[in-house]
Design a protein around this ligand. Structure first.
Ligand SMILES: C[S@@+](CC[C@H](N)C(=O)[O-])C[C@H]1O[C@@H](n2cnc3c(N)ncnc32)[C@H](O)[C@@H]1O
Length: 268
């Protein structure tokens, strides 16, 4: 029996959002030593550090993020380790034409930021994928936290919040779905397409615990607040929602992984 050496750069155990998404990404990624990988929307390095450790010194990982703060944080964590891993500040929606191609392109929790034209961004990434290379992206797909959104929708109906509900419906409809992901990969003629979702339960209690939940605030819940012009009304509305958690828990996120391979003869 061979015992693999302990990983020095495992996915962080205490991260209850990025890590479970990255685990599903890695489940689909064909990761080997010596590969050249582009990791988009890298944040502070999930899963870039993990990828770099696995490709080893004969491979390379270029990890990009639009936020200078995230790149600085990632570089601070890296220090002088894994010199074949580079963090750069770059917009994944407009990659420079002189950027080379990569054998793998990954992006954990990335697709929701492919605005305004998600297909165009996926197409741009595929242009930088080497023939025979694999693209693997993850995102919380439509269906994520549906029990909460149904509750919010009902509350808006009962309270006669017509304009707020209209904006809320637009927001719900705008979120990327599994079907979208499947269609993008088919349109780009990728091969061995696999779009799979994995449920993930996010625990929460009522009141402040819900309203200030690190995974919900600064993202999902903010989208509801943004449906209100009157922020005091939004506060009162969300306060009442937060008292009703037993009516919409468990909260289930859908981790969507989209994976496809570029044909060895592709001209894209
Ligand atoms: C949810 S975080 C995911 C970070 C990391 N991959 C992880 O799993 O923890 C999304 C990241 O996308 C970055 N981002 C958003 N828009 C971007 C863009 N247009 N180009 C590159 N990065 C972008 C954000 O700065 C943020 O760090």
């Amino acid at each position: 029996m061979t015992i693999s050496p302990a990983l020095r750069w495992p996915l962080p155990k205490h991260d209850y959002w990025s890590t479970p998404f990255a685990e599903s990404l890695l489940h689909h990624l064909d990761l080997r030593s010596g590969l050249g990988i582009l990791d988009v929307a890298c944040g502070h390095g999930i899963p870039a550090f993990y990828l770099a450790e696995h490709v080893g010194p004969t491979g390379t990982v270029l990890a990009i993020d639009a936020s200078a703060g995230q790149v600085a944080r990632a570089r601070a964590i890296q220090g002088s380790h894994l010199p074949w891993l580079r963090f750069d500040c770059m917009d994944m929606r407009a990659l420079p034409p002189d950027l080379p191609t990569f054998e793998r392109i990954t992006g954990n929790l990335s697709v929701m930021f492919f605005r305004p034209d998600r297909f165009k961004v996926v197409e741009g990434l595929v242009k930088h994928l080497s023939p025979g290379g694999q693209l693997v992206l993850t995102f919380p797909s439509r269906g994520t936290f549906d029990s909460l959104w149904r509750h919010v929708d009902q509350a808006m109906i009962w309270q006669g919040l017509i304009n707020e509900r209209e904006r809320f419906q637009t927001y719900l409809y705008e979120r990327p779905s599994i079907k979208d992901a499947q269609e993008w990969l088919q349109q780009l003629e990728l091969e061995r397409i696999d779009v799979t979702k994995y449920p993930l339960e996010v625990a929460t209690g009522p009141g402040r615990e819900f309203l200030h939940h690190p995974l919900l605030r600064g993202g999902f819940l903010d989208d509801v607040y943004e449906c209100f012009e009157d922020q005091e009304l939004a506060e009162a509305f969300m306060q009442r929602i937060s008292e009703d958690t037993p009516r919409f828990t468990p909260l289930i996120a859908q981790r969507c992984v989209m994976s496809g391979w570029k044909a060895t003869s592709s001209s894209i």
